[in-house]
Design a protein around this ligand. Structure first.
Ligand code: ADP
Length: 448
């Protein structure tokens, strides 16, 4: 800086001395004229150097301001060049910082689980994230500047955009939505800036499915309870209004007891399901012995078999090697008893029911209930564990079924990391197995 002013002063003094000399030789007018011309020439030369440098900076994508390629200029020109360089350098740093912030902001929007689309005042896409591209089938690069109305052609969406009332969201089918695999999107537009729009899209397919399941469930439960309730209410009315003889009264009371038992079983099964859904997953600190589970199942199934048919069933229990299963005893007992009672309920009188516990070579343990009953057609197998799904509705009701037994079994199995396997053929009987992972099975020396 000081150096630059010294050079400038030396040049100025030299110019002054030259002017003095010329003035003394050629006269004052010539001296002044020549001095001014020399000064102008020098000034123009430095100004051009400065301008050339600024032009080269302008055309450079990455300014070299930082690299010190600034021309060496004396005096005021050097000072001006210095200040311009500092100014541009600051601007460049600010630009880089705001670019980094913008990149971070866009990365955050990319990470959003919702679709985000920025629309200009005419509804053209300015930017969209990958989720939105998937939701609507956009190409996040190619479709920039495309009008959204040309790309999303759902009538509900077009009406929503045309009405321009964005207080509510609109629901439309998503990209690739088919009748078999429906995809539902909830789309909400928010205004910002100068009539620009932020469009948010959310995949609500799972939510809608859950809501539909909830509606079905409530309808099913109401239906299941209404039937026995109507029967009981009808009998109560009859008993209240008609002078019945004792045998008739007893018959009615027996039927009422059966119906209230049916409601009670249904409520118990519903409570079991809700407990299973609400309680924490079973750890490996509680162990239940297969021997005690077998004893409980055998007792229950023999009692049920004798109640259901005078001749009963051929019940074979093969408890296999004594083991412990890591899991909640009450849940395991309920799952096994559901399988065994199903076998008893659906297998005709004198049929064979075989219950086994086997240790597989890889350490897993398999609890199987095989029966010689009517069997189940293949098309029903994938749906058997759905709540209230029944193959033979009347048989299920006749035998006190709720349609929730296998749903409970599947839930218990899943909670214990086990797998429910079902094999069945019409006329060939059925086999239901719960296969527990090796980590949840251990052999015991002493049967409990
Ligand atoms: P339910 O209370 O009606 O028995 P489940 O969930 O236990 O309900 O069983 C669902 C359906 O699967 C039953 O309605 C029945 O049609 C069929 N099912 C279950 N176990 C057997 C079996 N061992 N043999 C034949 N069908 C069976």
């Amino acid at each position: 800086m000081i150096g630059r002013w010294i050079v400038w002063t030396v040049f100025a003094l030299a110019g002054g001395a030259l002017g003095w000399w010329l003035a003394s030789r050629e006269g004052l007018a010539w001296g002044l004229l020549l001095g001014a011309a020399a000064w102008q020439l020098m000034d123009s030369f430095y100004a051009r150097r400065l301008l050339n440098w600024l032009r080269s900076e302008q055309s450079n994508e990455t300014p070299v301001l930082m690299t010190g390629s600034q021309p060496r200029l004396p005096g005021v020109w050097g000072e001006a060049a210095d200040r311009v360089r500092r100014l541009l350098k600051n601007r460049h740093v600010q630009y880089r910082e705001s670019q980094a912030r913008l990149d971070e902001f866009l990365a955050a929007l990319q990470a959003s689980p919702n679709g985000v689309v920025l629309l200009d005042d005419e509804g053209r896409i300015e930017w969209c994230n990958q989720t939105a591209a998937q939701h609507f089938g956009f190409d996040a690069r190619r479709d920039i500047q495309q009008h959204i109305a040309n790309l999303v052609r759902d009538p509900a969406f077009s009406a929503y955009m045309a009405a321009a009332n964005f207080s509510q969201e609109v629901q439309i089918p998503g990209n690739f939505s088919t009748a078999g695999r429906p995809v539902r999107l909830s789309v909400h537009v928010h205004r910002y800036g100068k009539d620009k729009k932020l469009l948010l899209s959310r995949d609500i397919t799972a939510l809608e499915q859950a809501e539909a399941m909830r509606r079905d469930f409530v309808a099913n439960v109401s239906h299941e309870i209404r039937t026995p309730l109507t029967v009981v209410a009808g009998f109560i009315e009859t008993l209240q209004n008609l002078p019945l003889k004792k045998p008739d009264r007893d018959r009615y009371l027996t039927l009422m007891a059966q119906q209230s038992q049916r409601m009670q079983t249904l409520v118990e099964d519903l409570l079991t399901l809700s407990r299973l859904e609400g309680s924490p997953l079973p750890g490996t600190h509680e162990w239940t012995s297969t021997t005690s589970l077998f004893a409980q199942c055998e007792q229950e199934s023999r009692a049920l078999s004798s109640v259901m048919s005078p001749q009963g069933h051929q019940l074979v229990f093969d408890a296999g090697p004594a083991c412990d299963i890591a899991g909640i005893g009450r849940e395991l007992g309920s799952a096994l008893s559901n399988l065994v009672t199903n076998a008893v309920r659906y297998t005709p009188e004198a049929g064979l029911i075989r219950v086994t516990w086997t240790l597989l070579p890889d350490g897993r343990g398999s609890f199987c209930v095989r029966d010689s009953g009517p069997g189940i057609a293949a098309e029903h197998l994938p749906r058997l564990t759905e709540r209230f799904y029944r193959v033979d509705r009347s048989r299920s009701r006749e035998t006190g079924g709720t349609g929730l037994g296998l749903a409970i079994v599947k839930h218990v199995a899943q909670r214990h990391g086990a797998e429910l396997q079902i094999e069945s053929q019409v006329g060939q009987g059925s086999c239901f197995c719960i296969v527990f992972p090796a980590a949840r099975v251990r052999r015991t020396l002493q049967p409990a």
